[in-house]
Structure formats: structure tokens, C-alpha cells
Design a protein around this ligand. Structure first.
Ligand SMILES: NC(=O)c1ccc[n+]([C@@H]2O[C@H](COP(=O)([O-])OP(=O)(O)OC[C@H]3O[C@@H](n4cnc5c(N)ncnc54)[C@H](OP(=O)(O)O)[C@@H]3O)[C@@H](O)[C@H]2O)c1
Length: 322
């Protein structure tokens, strides 16, 4: 697996890194489905061991994934062969509100940091993100939230500070004030505001690390969904309309066939096309792929190879029409 330097952190992480949202299993907040169906602890643990063996050494989780279950499962791996020192461990806080009326109450943030340390069975979290940029109508929650992270860093509980959001414009709005080591934006070949928002230019200027999330649009882009598909309550994919849109599904399958033909000498032509394209314009970046099984890890480990800029342009144009 190709390794990249994650910007200011100087950490060396796998170009294809590992996301563990699905390891929290099915979950709802109110009437919103925010988890993943089809999770199995044993399969997930085998996936983590295989990832470690194959050099996929940056694992991303969050307090919100299964209300701590994803963190807990990772914490169980240090007794199951994986060396903690080999893994660059990232988690997030911000989507669990606790007993307050907003997401970034300092007391609750401190509580969540302690809980993450405990569940992850670690003395230090390598990277802690603010999970979203909802800092109040007048940004009133921003300064106290940053202060909690800075203090946690001084106390040696976290090594680096990250900032995330689904909307790259929101990350850009708070980027200078946060001065993050790493940002985590949404990016895939269908949804690519990372460039048009100006966030890419900001990344280049500041040399921060980048971890692109949902690079396969939650699995939609693999092309395995040949028919409109719905998901059970508790699965976030229930709220992604493209899974039930036959026209989009057909266009993705066609585009993937073209990828397979064009990159026919690559051992994973579709993953190469969809994932490696995202790294061509961001040398400090990696992708966070939600790998759920040893087989998915083994396939992912064959991606992460370099792609020429001209090929990257071509791949982007192929999916612009989807
Ligand atoms: N900061 C944030 O707000 C935020 C938001 C979303 C995600 N994230 C992070 O980003 C990670 C990844 O995003 P994501 O889970 O939304 O979606 P994703 O990585 O785009 O897609 C994951 C899905 O892709 C399929 N897949 C994975 N590896 C594969 C392989 N080797 N071959 C074929 N198919 C494969 C699987 O689909 P099947 O399930 O159909 O097998 C898997 O469930 C998350 O786990 C999380 O760590 C962060």
C-alpha cells in the first residue's frame, strides 16, 4: 500500500485508509437513520486484522458511530494481535449532543474525550476532529469548542486537531480560525465541491492533511447495485436517493464498464478509477474507505496507486454525467 504524508502531522498513512462508520451497526436519531445494517462484529474484526497486515494503518471512527460501539470494537483489537503503535487512530466528537441543547458544550466534549480514550483503550488519540461546523447562529460555540481541543492537546490526550463537515464550504469558513492539522471533507467522483468551494486551494496554501470521506458514495459507485435498492430503518443509505434511482444506477454501471476496459491492466480497475482519482490533486491526502470485510480490505489494498493527471481528468468527466 502506497503511503502518504498527512500534511502538517508528518504522519505516514496509507493512501487508502479505513473508515469504520458501519462498525457501529444500525442506528437512529429520532426518525433519522444514521447507522448501517449488515454489520457483523467478527467480520469487522477480521477486516481490521487484515488491514493491519496489509499496511492500511490509519483508522477513522467517531463517538457517534453506534454510540461508541465502533470505537469499542477498535479498542478490542489491541488484545487481538494488532499493535496500537502501528495505527494512526482518528476519532471525532460533535454528533452526540448529550444532556445539552447544542452539540459543542465544553463539559460534554471533555466527557466524550475521556469516553473515547476509554473505549479505544488508548492513552492518546492521534487525531480528534470536530465532526461538523454547526457552531451556533453567531458562532458562539466555536471558541469554547476549540479551547477544549487545544487543552486536550496540551494535556497529551490528543496529538492533532481535525475539522470535518459534509459541506466543504463550511470547513473553509472555519479553516483559518481552527488552524487544523487535518481536514475531513466529503468527496467522490459524483459529489466534488472540494475544488469549486475553494477548499483545495486553501489546503495547498496551508499544507494540511486531508482525509476524503465516502469516496464510493457509501458503496453506490461500486456498481454492485443493479436494481433500485432500499435499506432497513437504521441504515443511513435509506436517505440516499440515488440507491433507488434506476437511471443513475444504469449510468454508474456503464461508466464502471468503461473504467474496467481502460484500466484493464490494473488489478482493481474500478477501485483504482474511483479512489485514486481523488488523490491526484492533493498530495497531502488519503481516502477513507468504509471496508467491512477482509475481502474488501484485500481489494482496497491493491488500489492507492498513482494516477496520471490526464487520466484523472478523464475519470472525472466520465462521472460528471451520472
Ligand atoms: N466526517 C464525516 O462526517 C463522515 C461522513 C461519512 C463518512 N465518514 C468516514 O468515511 C468512511 C467511509 O465513508 P462511507 O462509509 O460513508 O462510504 P464509502 O467508503 O464511500 O463506501 C463504503 C462501502 O463501499 C463498499 N466497499 C468498500 N470497500 C470495497 C471494496 N474493496 N470493494 C467493493 N466495495 C467496497 C461497501 O459497500 P457494501 O456495504 O455494499 O458492501 C462499503 O459499505 C466512514 O466509515 C467514516 O469513517 C466521515
Amino acid at each position: 500500500m502506497r503511503q502518504v504524508t498527512l500534511g502538517l502531522t508528518k504522519a505516514t498513512v496509507s493512501a487508502i485508509s479505513l473508515g469504520t462508520w458501519s462498525y457501529g451497526g444500525s442506528n437512529t436519531i429520532g426518525d433519522r437513520s444514521v447507522g448501517w445494517s449488515g454489520h457483523d462484529d467478527e467480520t469487522a474484526k477480521q477486516a481490521l486484522i487484515r488491514a493491519w497486515e496489509l499496511g492500511i494503518n490509519h483508522w477513522d471512527t467517531a463517538d457517534a458511530y453506534g454510540n461508541g460501539r465502533s470505537e469499542e470494537l477498535i479498542g478490542e483489537m489491541w488484545d487481538a494481535a494488532v499493535a496500537r503503535k502501528d495505527i494512526f487512530l482518528a476519532t471525532k466528537l460533535g454528533w452526540v449532543m448529550g444532556p445539552h441543547d447544542h452539540y459543542y458544550h465544553p463539559d460534554f466534549m471533555r466527557h466524550q474525550i475521556e469516553l473515547s480514550l476509554k473505549l479505544l483503550k488508548t492513552d492518546v488519540i492521534d487525531l480528534l476532529y470536530l465532526h461538523h461546523c454547526m457552531f451556533g447562529d453567531a458562532d458562539e460555540f466555536f471558541d469554547p469548542a476549540i479551547e477544549v481541543l487545544r487543552r486536550a492537546k496540551e494535556e497529551g490526550k490528543i496529538r492533532f486537531i481535525g475539522l470535518s463537515d459534509w459541506d466543504p464550504k463550511a470547513i473553509l469558513k472555519y479553516a483559518d480560525k481552527t488552524n487544523p492539522d487535518v481536514i475531513q471533507p466529503y468527496r467522490n467522483v459524483m459529489d466534488d465541491d472540494y475544488v469549486t468551494s475553494g477548499l483545495r486551494a486553501w489546503v495547498h496554501q496551508h499544507n494540511v492533511g486531508v482525509a476524503f470521506f465516502s469516496p464510493l458514495k457509501h458503496g453506490l459507485l461500486t456498481g454492485k447495485y443493479t436494481e433500485p435498492t432500499t435499506f432497513p430503518v437504521g441504515d443511513m443509505r435509506l436517505g440516499v436517493p440515488e440507491f433507488s434511482d434506476p437511471t443513475v444506477l444504469a449510468k454508474i454501471r456503464e461508466a464502471n464498464k468503461t473504467l474496467t476496459a481502460t484500466f484493464s491492466t490494473h488489478p482493481q480497475p474500478v477501485l483504482h478509477g474511483l479512489l485514486d482519482v481523488l488523490l491526484t490533486d492533493t498530495p497531502t491526502g488519503c481516502v477513507l474507505l468504509g471496508q467491512r470485510s477482509p475481502a474488501q480490505v484485500e481489494a482496497a489494498a491493491l488500489a492507492g496507486t498513482e494516477m496520471a493527471k490526464r487520466d484523472a481528468e478523464w475519470v472525472r468527466s466520465l462521472y460528471r454525467a451520472c
